[in-house]
Design a protein around this ligand. Sequence first.
Ligand code: FE
Ligand code: ZN
Ligand code: FE
Length: 191
Amino acid sequence: MAETGTLHDAFIDELRDTYDAEKQLTKALPKLAKASSNPKLRQAFESHLEETQGQIARLEQVFKSLNEKARGKHCDGIAGIIEEGKSIMEEDFDEATMDACLIAAGQRAEHYEMAAYGTLVAWAQAMGHTEATKLLHQTLEEEKVADKKLSGLAEGGINRNAADAAQPEEDEEPMAAISGATKRSAKAGRR
Ligand code: FE
Ligand code: ZN
Ligand code: FE
């Protein structure tokens, strides 16, 4: 009895994929945190790990609201993104550059999740699954905030630190003094 799949079947499939993706991320986020040098970045990954555990619980509520067993199905997409993150962590970068790369890896994961939850919310809404829509929307918003937080850290100094670290090393002391003075005067000029 090969029945044609419905949007509801596709929805359950996507939920299983996302459930598995979140579980993979609970293993990857501690690694990103551990590899971070900037304390705020480490904190951001650690707090998103806690959020992720809540998101897993929320997905379990979604399955329950649909009378479905909470079950995962291997998510190849996030596995690939995590794999790329691992390769970055194996590179020999200075601390600031590594932090910038960890943000890049983290944001790839957040955008993947935003795409997944965006679809899940829209489908739940289209099929009139009110409870599921509400829960999935909460997670979608958390993912967006996590992504913005990473952008804020990158643009708030980490990218600049990484760019500064790329300056030629000759005349290190005078260069350091100059860049220090430049930073101060740039700051003063902005006031
Ligand atoms: Fe998530
Ligand atoms: Zn997937
Ligand atoms: Fe996330």
